[in-house]
Each structure stands twice: as C-alpha cells, then as structure tokens.
Design a binder for this molecule. Sequence first.
Ligand SMILES: *Cc1c(COP(=O)(O)O)cnc(C)c1O
Length: 393
Amino acid sequence: MKLVPFKEKIYLSSPTMHGDEFTYMEEAYKTNWMSTVGANIDAIELSVEEKIGCKHAVGLSCGTSAIHLAVKLAGVKAGERVFCSDLTFAASVNPVVYEGGIPIFIDSERETWNMDPQALKKAFKLYSDVKVVIVANLYGTPAKLDEIREICDCHNAILIEDAAESFGATYKGKQTGSFGQYNIISFNGNKIITGSSGGMFLTDDEEAAVKVKKWSTQSRENAPWYQHEELGYNYRMSNVIAGVVRGQLTYLEEHIEKKKAIYMKYKEAFKDLPVTMNPYTNDCEPNFWLSCMLIDESAMCKQIRTENNVTYESNNGKTCPSIILETLDKYNAEGRPIWKPMHMQPIYAGNEFVSVNEDVGADIFERGLCLPSDIKMTEEEQDKIIEMIKSCF
Ligand SMILES: *Cc1c(COP(=O)(O)O)cnc(C)c1O
C-alpha cells in the first residue's frame, strides 16, 4: 500500500453530530429558553439518571466544575491531603487545589492503567487521616472500582469517581459514574458524546444534589432579593448546550460500538507487532473512548523528553511514541501522547507520589500513545493508519 497524506485530517476524537442536536437547540431558541433553565436540561438530567442508575444528576458547565463542587461537598479544607489518580488529565486534580487541598498522587496498576489499589492502601498507611479519594477511569476503562471503594470505606473516606472519559462503560454490570458518593461525567468536545461543553454531577444523596444545584447558580437564598449565606458559582449548564447533549444521548451506545470496533481492529492488526493495546479486566466493559498502544520495552529506541521537548535516536526496527506521532502527523492524522502523569508535572513537583515499587505511570507515558480514534474514520482510513504505524517498526 502506497501511503499518501489524508486530504482531510483524521482526528483523535472529534464531535460526531447526528441532526437531533440541532432540533433541540432550535427548540430552545424558538421557545426562548436560552438561559440555564429549560426542557433540555430537565430531559437530560432524567435520561442520565436512568442510564447511570443514580438518583440525582445535575447539569453543569463542565466536568471540571462538577469535580470542583464534589471536592467542596466532600469538605476538603486548606492544607488537607486528597488521594488522586496520577495518570489522568489535570482537570481531575486541579479542583482539589481550588479548595486549598493538597493532591497526593497514587500510581497506576498495569491491568487497567488506573489507580493501583495496592498503592492506595500504602498511601493510607502513610496518611490514615485522609478523607477524600478521586479516582479516574482512564480512556474509558473502569478502574478496579470495587477494591478502591472497599479501601475508601475501610478508612471512612469519600470516593469521588471521575467518569469524564468513561460515560457508558460498565464495571461488573454497573455503569461507571455510580461508584463514588459523588461522581462526574463530561460532555467536552472530544468525549464519547458531547454538548460542545458541559458536564454533570451524579449522586444518590439528595441533599448533596440540592447543594450542588444551589452553589452552581450563585447560591441564592429563598428571599425576595439576592440574599447570600454561602459562596456561589456560575456553574450551571446552559439549556442550549443541554440541547446538544439531548440529541447526542440516544447515540451513546452507537458511539461505543464504533469505538469498540476501532479498538478491536487495531488490536487484531497489531497482534504481530511488539506492542499491546490499553488493557482492561474481564469484569468490565470499557466505552473504548480512545484506543492506545504500549510499545514493548524491547522495541523502544532511545527517547529523551525534557520538560518541553523530545529527541530520539531511531534505529532498525526500534521505535518510540514520538516517531509514531510524527509519522501520523506527516500523513495528516492525529495521535497524542499518554497523559503526562501528574507527579511529573512542574506544577505538582512538590506533591507526594505513592507507588508500590516501580513508577508505572512514568513507564506508560514513556512507551504509550493514543491512536486516532475518531468514529467518523472509515475502515479504509483505519487500514491506512495501521500501515503508517507498521512502517515505524
Ligand atoms: C475531560 C476530563 C475532565 C474535565 O471535563 P471538562 O468537561 O473538560 O471540564 C476531567 N477529568 C478527566 C479525566 C477528563 O478527561
């Protein structure tokens, strides 16, 4: 197969619209429900409650604001430590700092790339007074949620589940976004379904849901004027954004099916290469948001990453994420490095990192990458991407 650059860029994961989104947005416009109240918000809160199997869903401006309010609800105070997933997007942990808390990063395990229950146990031995844990489900793959929940329960710690990337994934038959006391999902533009932006706070705790709704709408008290007893935020979802989400919701399963087909095709195509795909355990069904691969140590060439740059020495048959990403870019396709672990980020250089023996997160970052996973990519286009990647070995 002769490889030539794609005329139209193949994205990592871009929004896929179906038409229904526009109908609901237009309805908001025509009925003039153009603010943070309206039928679209009501409808999607109900749909998500049914889908996830939680009692309360609150539409917010984004997943990050949902995590912020979850952290506030959990009562994180200035100077308090919070155990957080290390290998994740910064938005998982930044809200801890908004409240003056101190994230302590917990290393990943190899079976799902998520928070290692053993490392979490070790962290509780070091700091038995920690009251809050934030776990993320990386790239749509559920963490070992039962084990993590059990450890949290054992220490009377509140679990916040960051299911921003895993909406629709299940763990032991139960939807992610339902394992913590407080949970969040995101409708950011590149997630499995999108509102262009937006997010949700999920819980079974009615009092918590009422608080989040109040805090997210500037914390007005019930009075004839603007009366305030608590700090407020402008975090509520717009009814226009909710219209986009409403249109997308019916396509969640279709998106997951397509993402899974992309993952399985890569997996099959790479079975003779010295690589593995991002792993998951038998007791879960990921949403396959992003297909990722990990290059075997034996096939890695020398790759040196400084804070802002990378150099590598390519040699026969050996490769590295940088070479593959540059190759994809040359052919007008978008890949991405694995999230750089939080404990390696300059902003968190002073924060503690707890791992069992080796630094798993750093190793996955070093040898892994995210592959083009856009569901509008055709099979023929994916065949070409596969050839481009094979040419790097
Ligand atoms: C996208 C994402 C968020 C933040 O969601 P936004 O809606 O973009 O604010 C949080 N955590 C993880 C793991 C994410 O991938």
